[in-house]
Design a protein around this ligand. Structure first.
Ligand SMILES: Nc1ncnc2c1ncn2[C@@H]1O[C@H](COP(=O)(O)OP(=O)(O)OP(=O)(O)O)[C@@H](O)[C@H]1O
Ligand SMILES: [Mg+2]
Length: 369
């Protein structure tokens, strides 16, 4: 197990800067997920930790040693990629044990360690098969086994599950989580899939355009996004975001003249400013179109999520998602009303996207007997 320090790390390709100075302290044994849209620099950052990409500026330390000048194999990292190429002519056992073979470890020890890894990954029945005779998930586990057998200080994952079908992806996610709980190896996992990030991470690092937007637990990033970008990126459905102005009486005025009340203190402090109002689907309530104070909208379509349902509405041309609770229901085309809980409103600066106000911390309480 090893802590990792990333200090003001930058990456340029010629004159193009793609990572703009990332600072991140990762504790020993922590599972960090780097989440962000395509092209934001996730793989580049990971590859700089692995030593596969030169660092343009700044410093990376693994287990207290600055590794900027170290070769990939001297860094103690094992990497699992999206396109894991297994050796097709070797059996599963030979694939897993290959790294030990090339470093001259005896056959007896090799066999013992391969068996231990195969057991951890439930691969024992397949040890004599070749990769061609395995399912996608089994191949993925062999790739993990090849990384695990080296007993690395650090695991680096770059979208390792994105080639798998949806069901298998969820199963592998759970397996990686369990494995991490057992081995406790410091891990960095790159993905653009927020569900993956939410399930796996001790802490999520949200990246955008080469910069870190927010670092926090899944709970923090979901409930208290500190920027407009994070609010709009994390969560399914994404947070509803409405741009407008706070008037002299401290109420939010949406551009078409609709008024949404704000908590008194927040509204007064921001009077006169242009802001973006954010509200999650579950903090909005669907009511009849005639309800006093409700925002008038038209139901567009209903998203069945199994355990919950979300109605996507059209509010003055803007899509607004509302979670349906209890027996509330509607049909596409219905005129509906939306009530927003003022205590659940997030406000962001319309200029910089920085958080101006967040709901009073509604902490999630542990379940107690
Ligand atoms: N060799 C290169 N030369 C110039 N630009 C590059 C090079 N490699 C990557 N880039 C650019 O760096 C940026 C970050 O790329 P990176 O691969 O880190 O993105 P990513 O966040 O991993 O995206 P994805 O989710 O699509 O994998 C991109 O805009 C990419 O075009
Ligand atoms: Mg990538």
């Amino acid at each position: 197990m090893a802590p990792i320090s990333i200090r003001n790390v930058k990456k340029n390709y010629g004159k193009t800067a793609v990572v703009h100075g990332v600072d991140l302290e990762i504790a020993s044994g922590e599972f960090i997920v780097i989440l962000g849209p395509s092209g934001c620099g996730k793989s580049t950052l990971l590859r700089m930790v692995a030593g596969l990409e030169e660092i343009s500026d700044g410093e990376i330390a693994i287990d207290g040693t600055v590794v900027n000048q170290l070769e990939p194999r001297q860094r103690g990292c094992a990497m699992v990629f999206q396109n894991y190429a297994l050796y097709p002519h070797m059996t599963v056992a030979e694939n897993i044990g290959y790294a030990l073979k090339v470093s001259g470890i005896s056959k007896a020890e090799r066999r013992q360690r391969v068996e231990a890894v195969a057991k951890a990954l439930s691969l024992e029945p397949y040890l004599d098969r070749r990769p061609m005779a395995l399912s996608g998930g089994q191949r993925q586990r062999v790739a993990m086994g090849r990384a695990m057998i080296r007993e690395p200080k650090v695991f680096l994952f770059d979208e390792p599950l994105s080639n798998l079908d949806a069901k298998l992806r969820i199963a592998m996610r759970a397996e990686i989580r369990r494995l991490h709980r057992r081995l406790g190896t410091t891990s960095i996992f790159v993905t653009h899939d927020q569900n993956e990030a939410m399930t796996l991470a001790d802490r999520i690092v949200v990246m955008n355009a080469g910069k870190v937007e927010q670092v926090g637990t899944p709970e923090e990033v979901y409930h208290f996004p500190t920027s407009r970008f994070v609010a709009g990126f994390v969560g399914s459905p994404a947070m509803n975001l409405l741009e407008g102005r706070v008037n002299e009486t401290g109420a939010f005025v949406y551009d078409q003249g609709r008024i949404i009340p704000l908590p008194a203190q927040q509204g007064q402090a921001l009077a006169g400013q242009r802001v973006v109002l954010g509200v999650r689907a579950e903090a909005a309530q669907l009511v009849s179109a005639e309800t006093p104070g409700a925002l008038p909208a038209t139901a567009d379509f209903i998203e069945e999520l199994g355990a919950s349902r979300v109605v996507h509405t059209d509010f003055d041309g803007l899509p607004v998602a509302v979670a349906l609770t209890g027996t509330a229901n509607c049909r596409p085309g219905d005129r509906v009303g939306i009530l927003i809980d003022p205590q659940a409103i997030h406000l962001y600066s319309a200029d910089t996207g920085a958080s101006l106000a967040a709901p009073a911390a509604a902490r999630l309480m542990p379940v107690e007997a």
